[in-house]
Design a protein around this ligand. Structure first.
Ligand code: HEC
Ligand code: HEC
Length: 350
């Protein structure tokens, strides 16, 4: 073997050892999430496995107000943990005061979403960050500006290198934020105690009657599915209260027009006109106001809206029709919705 060949072989060995080491490191740092009863492990993409470093970095980014045009807005301003990771306002205004036309949904359990945003225009949480990081988007800065800000802040020194093995870039920011949001798993509500742990005393009589109505007379379950055969490759029941589909309830319909055409905006399919994603109802008592435009202030108003048959329009979903619920039945459904609040979450935000 001549010397050049020898050096080349040596170099090949080094590359191989480094590769094995980095794989080992990635596997060693991978974390598994604590999954409460009523939920199953969310799908984690192979390209963005969960590690504690990524999760911590994602959390730091999520709460960092410096990443906006005014240095005053973070993801958590609109996805506020004190408000079930959503916002009190009916419609969000971006960092520059621009009206964004929609209500900020909770990002709790976002790791289970089959599509992301009210109209489902993104398939992954990684893709979604294109919206907040754009001019006139939520943060009112482009991703490149976010990178420059991160590079200039000493508390980020070496953090991206240690987490991803390279300097801060768009992919790293997207992956860290997605990783943090996937860790926001929340169940452990009185309803879970009742259904999955068999504790019948966990629900009040009123909430119990509300549950019967939810799965029976009021047929809420046809869309807010509790036993959906799941979008997760692992199989099993996933009590998320969504069918991952889009329906038109007439919210925002007036004088022949939808103020927001919803899913249609993405697909241009007639059946999607004015249709929005069925939201997850876990922790819904914490996330008022309701609907994609935040037009309904309380859960009682939501149930009354359904009782009236939504807002009739040419594309209303077939299941939306007057329900003829009594006042007591409306109260019972509201009690049931209130039983979907995670006990731990309330303790954490105090
Ligand atoms: C100014 C308020 C505001 C800020 C800041 C903001 N968001 Fe949002 N977020 C919204 C609104 C409004 C929507 C609904 C958008 C839509 O449906 O088109 C949304 C939707 C989402 C969704 C989709 C949830 C679902 O149920 O489909 C995710 C995920 C999300 N935001 C994450 C983030 C992250 C990460 C950041 C920070 C980088 C952020 N948001 C910053 C207001 C905000
Ligand atoms: C045809 C499907 C369908 C049925 C049936 C249905 N929902 Fe919904 N639900 C949706 C969709 C879609 C939205 C979002 C609509 C929008 O914003 O335009 C929604 C929104 C909600 C919200 C607001 C959540 C939030 O975060 O803003 C609550 C609460 C709710 N539904 C409860 C119920 C209850 C209770 C029933 C039964 C009385 C019911 N739903 C029946 C599809 C349905």
């Amino acid at each position: 073997m001549n010397i050049t060949r020898f050096i080349f072989r040596l170099f090949q060995c080094c590359v191989l050892i480094c590769a094995i080491e980095s794989i080992d490191r990635a596997i060693a740092n991978e974390i598994t999430l604590d999954i409460p009863k009523g939920l199953i492990e969310p799908d984690i993409p192979d390209t963005n496995t969960l590690t504690q470093e990524k999760l911590d970095l994602g959390k730091k980014l999520f709460f960092d107000t410096r990443l906006s045009s005014t240095s005053r807005m973070s993801c958590a301003t609109c996805h506020n943990p004190e408000h079930g990771f959503s916002e009190k306002r009916s419609i969000s205004f971006n960092a520059n005061g621009l009206r964004l036309e929609r209500n900020a949904p909770s990002v709790l359990n976002a790791g289970y979403l089959a599509t992301v945003t009210w109209d489902g225009r993104f398939r992954t949480l990684e893709d979604q960050i294109q919206t907040p990081f754009s001019k006139s988007g939520d943060m009112d800065i482009e991703i490149d500006e976010a990178i420059t800000i991160i590079q200039s802040q000493s508390d980020y020194n070496g953090l991206f290198e240690a987490t991803f093995g390279r300097a801060v870039d768009k992919i790293g920011i997207a992956q860290a934020l997605a990783c943090y949001q996937r860790s926001l798993i929340s169940a452990n509500s009185p309803f879970d105690e009742f259904l999955f742990k068999g504790d019948i005393s966990a629900l009040s009589q009123s909430a119990m009657r509300g549950y019967e109505l939810f799965i029976g007379k009021a047929s809420c379950i046809t869309c807010h599915d509790i036993f959906h055969p799941t979008v997760n490759s692992l199989g099993g029941a996933l009590a998320l209260f969504t069918d991952h589909r889009f329906h038109n309830l007439g919210v925002g319909y007036k004088n022949g027009k939808m103020s927001d055409t919803g899913r249609y905006w993405t697909t241009r399919a007639k059946e999607d006109w004015g249709a929005f994603k069925t939201p997850i109802l876990r922790n819904v008592a914490l996330t008022s106001p309701y609907m994609h435009d935040g037009s309904l202030p309380t859960l009682r108003k939501v149930v009354e809206f359904y009782n009236d048959g939504g807002i009739p329009n040419p594309n209303i979903a077939p299941g939306i029709r007057p329900l003829f619920l009594t006042d007591q039945e409306i109260t019972d459904i509201v009690s049931f919705l209130e039983s979907l609040t995670d006990n731990n979450l309330l303790k954490q935000s105090r």
